[in-house]
Design a protein around this ligand. Structure first.
Ligand SMILES: NC(=O)c1ccc[n+]([C@@H]2O[C@H](COP(=O)([O-])OP(=O)(O)OC[C@H]3O[C@@H](n4cnc5c(N)ncnc54)[C@H](O)[C@@H]3O)[C@@H](O)[C@H]2O)c1
Length: 386
């Protein structure tokens, strides 16, 4: 069995999710190329050595350049904040390593294009971490649309709502700083729904948006990890330089109309990543907080029993479900990363690019920037302008 030796950068929220994926693959997907958890990287020696032990990595380093210089590593998995993606990916591609990079692919469209070009020039496999595609219910939605069972698609309505920074005293974490995060809810949450729209409906041609930063300054952070943080004990504050919420309208190339909403100020919504799609023959509804379910409605059902019905996407008929538990025994957030990694490992074995890859990351970045431009210039922007 072929093996892929992995080097990972970052060991907190996404570092843990990806590490967990590598650990579970031998147990649940023994047929794919097997990952070897070679070394993990973080800047703090104590923190990263603890993570290496806890997550099951053979070794740890404190400088990502060292990871890339090692010839016992085939794949670099980038889970550092977004400002680090480009530099690490370019160096790793140059060293001939395959790439898995978290989303958003880069801080700007130009940077993301450079990353794609570097990966293509190096002839390596490249994947971007749009993990929500890999929920079996989302795969089912795609299958129904591809098979024409929804007919012509008229509407995509996507919303990704969270509330973890609604307290004005929540500290100024890196996700609220433009130079590190690129943008706020737009690039963090919006990127996921844009990618789902691309995956399910197709290319976006034109957009117009609006955004707001509700809390303009926040206390400086002490420690932070993922979506949690503590203040630094002083009264000092710093400016929030990203959007708290961004909404936009879109026209798809196939004539469908879209609306998108990404916010971290929707009280009560912890991780409401949802979409509704309406076609000439039916509709679909998905809510990540109930990720094992897809709501479906078909106009061809007999009139007396028409209505939305709940399909549990845990039967063997659904993508990836067979590898898990008996029907109805549900799966969770972490499984989306396992499926994503299985796709990457299968692609390496089959000598093809995985999907979604850096080209999908670039396409998403193009929409993100088209929306930013439309907000700055208060007009509709065609994505091909960028
Ligand atoms: N796919 C998803 O659902 C999802 C969810 C959360 C975050 N993300 C993305 O994943 C990336 C990481 O986010 P996170 O939530 O894991 O952040 P985090 O703050 O929890 O962890 C970041 C990690 O990067 C490390 N790091 C920072 N700078 C470094 C450097 N110069 N060298 C080595 N290590 C460095 C930190 O030590 C930490 O371990 C971001 O791009 C984010 O947008 C994706």
């Amino acid at each position: 069995m072929q093996q892929i030796r992995v080097g990972m950068v970052g060991y907190k929220f996404m570092g843990k999710a990806h590490s967990h994926a590598y650990r579970d693959i031998p147990m649940f997907f023994p047929g794919v190329v097997q990952p070897v958890m070679q070394a993990i990287c973080g800047r703090d020696a104590d923190g990263v050595s603890q993570a290496a032990k806890q997550f099951g990595w053979q070794d740890y380093v404190t400088d990502w350049k060292e990871l890339i210089g090692r010839d016992d590593i085939d794949l670099i998995d980038i889970n550092a904040p977004s400002d680090m993606h480009k530099e690490i990916a370019l160096a790793a591609a140059k060293a001939g390593k395959h790439l898995l990079c978290e989303k958003p692919l880069a801080l700007t469209l130009q940077d993301s294009r450079e990353m794609l070009a570097a990966a293509e020039a190096a002839g390596v496999k490249h994947m971007v971490g749009f993990n929500y595609r890999f929920a079996p219910a989302v795969q089912l939605a795609r299958k129904l649309i591809q098979e024409g069972r929804l007919g012509q698609i008229y509407h995509f309505r996507g919303w990704f709502l969270q509330d973890w920074i609604i307290d004005p005293e929540f500290p100024l974490v890196w996700r609220l700083q433009k130079d590190i995060a690129g943008s706020g809810s737009h690039g963090d949450l919006g990127a996921h729904i844009i990618d789902l729209a691309h995956f399910l409906v197709g290319d976006i041609e034109e957009v117009i948006g609006m955004s707001e930063t509700f809390i303009k300054e926040r206390p400086l952070p002490g420690s932070m990890s993922g979506l949690s943080a503590k203040g630094n004990q002083s009264d000092e504050k710093g400016p929030v330089t990203v959007d708290d919420a961004t909404l936009f309208l879109a026209k798809f190339a196939n004539g469908a109309l879209g609306s998108f909403e990404a916010t971290r100020f929707a009280a009560g919504h912890r991780c409401t990543n949802s979409f509704e799609i309406n076609g000439s023959k039916g509709s679909l509804k998905f809510d990540f907080e109930r990720m094992n379910e897809l709501q479906v409605y078909f106009t061809e059902d007999d009139e007396d029993v028409q209505g939305f019905r709940r399909v549990l996407a845990t039967d063997p008929a659904h993508a990836y479900a067979e590898a898990w538990w008996p029907p109805g025994h549900t799966i969770g957030f972490e499984h989306t990363f396992i499926h994503e990694t299985v796709e990457l490992l299968q692609a390496i074995r089959e000598d093809r690019q995985p999907v979604p890859n850096f080209a999908d990351g670039v396409k998403c970045q193009q929409v993100l920037e088209a929306v930013d431009l439309s907000i700055a210039e208060r007009r509709w922007v065609r994505t091909e302008e960028l």
